[in-house]
Design a protein. Sequence first.
Length: 233
Amino acid sequence: MLVIHPSLPAKSAPEFVALATKNPGQLSYATSGVGGIQHLAMVLLESRGGIRLTHVPYKGGASATVDILSGQVPVNFNSVLGALPFVQAGKLRALGVTTAQPSAAMPGVPTLASTYPGFELTSWLALYAPPGLPAALVEQLHRDVTAALNVPESKWRLNDLGLELVGGSPADLRAYTRAESVLLGESMATAGIEKESRPASVTGARLRSQSPPDQERKNERCYPHALTVLCLH
């Protein structure tokens, strides 16, 4: 979610972009570090809005939050969960969410996609399993987790935390992971951030392999099993 300090006059994303256009490079934004989701979200906004901002990376989200609340660095992308109490208290102003649909936790806050079609970038949680797990066990785990997430109490608790339940099949998650990898890879290239080459991880998405097709198919056997997308925030 795009948030700003109330000292800025913008009341919407288009007004913020107009303000940044009139003051190229003069507005700064805080992130928890170079190459993180907050940084890449702002790179995407700069690209779509045709604006130039000054990046102020911090060593973690806590320090960034302190400075945006004080107005020292007045702009930030944050999760709904992280920004919600400050928006409700009037200490930050929400301009738009980065999900494709409006957030149930932030009624009245538009999507950035309503201004910039196709703007969708979220931090998300998903469940993976080690490579080599039998297909039948993968399917069983998927069914069990999906059933647990769809218990009404689970949905209420997730909504209270500002999380949007997604669900989906293992195939859906594999496709989503690849799509996110491509989008984030493009944002990294725009920002001039080098991609790291590291072994497959059971906890996160990886950038699309640039290997030849036969090598890519071989690499697939080393990838963790995608079980289900849990939620977005």
